[in-house]
Design a binder for this molecule. Structure first.
Ligand code: HEM
Length: 155
């Protein structure tokens, strides 16, 4: 299953950029449209779909990686020593935990904001939840410039 692992890894790596761009885009657009008094139903629902589809695609790829990657396997086969190895612990435990919380928060935030009645409240709720999700994701990406866990920006 080496090729499925490699393909998932490449797609997982590139799709992060779509997630980040759509999250930053929806926060920026919501901010501008709120200020200008533009209806929430203008452009926002489309961007919400892009956010959710790219995120759920990433989750699917992540689950495939979690099954095929040597890091989680080593982690579960070598507990508790693996907890002391930073890279193994990161991919076996930390990355999946923070990302699952982020995915949950973004789904919840989109549902919550859509349920509000007034456009102003919809915008406010959406902006807050998307910022929380974005920061969680940013904090748990293995950035190439991270001194802790480093992976290339482009595979
Ligand atoms: C928004 C969510 C996520 C983002 C932005 C993200 C981003 C990334 C990035 C940038 C990498 C490094 C890829 C590379 O080496 O080129 C990575 C690796 C990995 N991710 Fe995610 N990830 C997310 C969610 C998840 C989830 C939910 C899981 C598990 C269910 C997961 C499992 C993994 C695994 C196992 C690796 C290591 C693969 C390996 O090197 O063998 N990811 N992730």
């Amino acid at each position: 299953m080496g090729s499925l692992y490699n393909l998932s890894l490449i797609l997982h790596s590139y799709n992060r950029w779509l997630i980040l761009a759509s999250l930053i885009g929806i926060i920026g657009l919501a901010w501008i449209q709120k200020k200008q008094g533009i209806s929430f139903h203008h452009r926002i629902p489309v961007l919400q779909k892009v956010v959710l589809i790219s995120l759920d695609f990433q989750l699917t790829l992540g689950l495939l990686l979690y099954y095929y990657s040597p890091f989680p396997r080593y982690f579960w086969n070598n507990l508790p020593e693996a907890m002391k190895e930073r890279e193994i612990r990161f991919f076996g435990l930390e990355h999946i935990t923070v990302m699952l919380v982020a995915v949950g928060i973004i789904h919840y935030g989109i549902l919550k904001s859509n349920k509000k009645v007034m456009d102003n409240d919809k915008y406010k709720s959406l902006i807050i939840w998307m910022i929380i999700g974005l920061f969680l994701i940013l904090s748990s990406i293995p950035w190439s410039f991270s001194p802790l866990i480093s992976r290339p920006l482009f595979r």
